[in-house]
Design a protein around this ligand. Structure first.
Ligand SMILES: N[C@@H](CCC(=O)N[C@@H](CS)C(=O)NCC(=O)O)C(=O)O
Length: 256
């Protein structure tokens, strides 16, 4: 059994996603980082970086004392090696996964953390910092807002379950992210105008109509990617984002 020291944040979700995907049995030990539980000496003995996630594996390979691991990247690598899942055994596949794992934990993760800090917790708004760290996280925030909307959609039939399906896949020089709901779909007359600034189907005061147009600009102009939509009225809507693995014409001053 694995004890997962967890709180409901993206770094925590990385590990629950792995555990769910592989079906490893685990038990959640909540560490409320809003009340300072990460500084509890018992937790620091497991995670000296005073951050979730951390795990204790009571069934480590070869037996012996329970094994504790902190840092999400180290935990994912440990679990991948333990299960033989999600990390190909051949050299090329293994390095492909490891380099993206390192990119996530050393590149994207800290940027997202700074974004969160400057957009939510900084004592005063600093436009330069907010702009610098937002970028792709803004697209994610728009999707999260849309998800919340799907959840509270009053137009659904009683008992109708909102489902959001996210799939990712590598396409050689690009990565593809698809997000599909089982909502009411987008009528054809709205589809062409979806990415236009200030276009919204929401009631006055409920939306600015900027979320998708900003996401469109970030994906296409800043990342050289594409974003498209497929929808069947009354059945589903699916957004497909494709991002090149390498930035074309990126300005180095903007990198993390
Ligand atoms: N590099 C760490 C970052 C973990 C991290 O930042 N965890 C946050 C929650 S998402 C935390 O526990 N913060 C508590 C604190 O900063 O005191 C990892 O990848 O595991």
């Amino acid at each position: 059994m694995i004890d997962l020291y967890y709180w409901t944040t993206p770094n925590g979700h990385k590990i629950t996603m792995f555990l769910e995907e592989t079906g490893l049995p685990y038990r959640i030990v909540p560490v409320n980082i809003n009340t300072g539980a990460q500084f509890d000496p018992a937790f620091l003995a497991i995670a000296p970086n005073n951050r979730i996630p951390a795990i204790v594996d009571h069934d480590a390979r070869g037996g012996g004392a329970p094994l504790s691991v902190f840092e999400s990247g180290a935990i994912l690598l440990y679990l991948a090696e333990k299960t033989g899942r999600l990390l190909p055994p051949d050299l090329h596949g293994r390095i492909e996964v490891i380099q993206w794992l390192f990119w996530q934990v050393a590149g994207l993760g800290p940027m997202a953390g700074q974004n969160h800090h400057f957009s939510r917790y900084a004592p005063e708004p600093i436009p330069y910092a907010i702009e610098r760290y937002q970028r792709i996280e803004r697209v994610q925030a728009e999707f999260e807002r849309a998800l919340a909307k799907v959840r509270e959609d009053k137009s659904r039939e009683a008992g109708d379950r909102p489902i959001l399906k996210v799939t990712t896949r590598g396409l050689g020089g690009e990565v593809e992210i698809r997000v599909r709901d089982n909502g009411t779909g987008i009528p054809p007359e709205s589809r062409d105008r979806l990415f236009q600034p200030f276009f919204t189907t929401k009631p006055t005061g409920e939306g600015t109509g900027l979320g998708l147009s900003i996401s469109y600009d970030i994906v296409t102009q800043q990342h050289g990617g594409t974003i498209s939509v497929d929808s069947q009225f009354g059945a589903f809507t699916e957004f497909t984002v494709r991002l090149p693995r390498r930035m074309h014409g990126a300005t180095t001053g903007r990198a993390a």
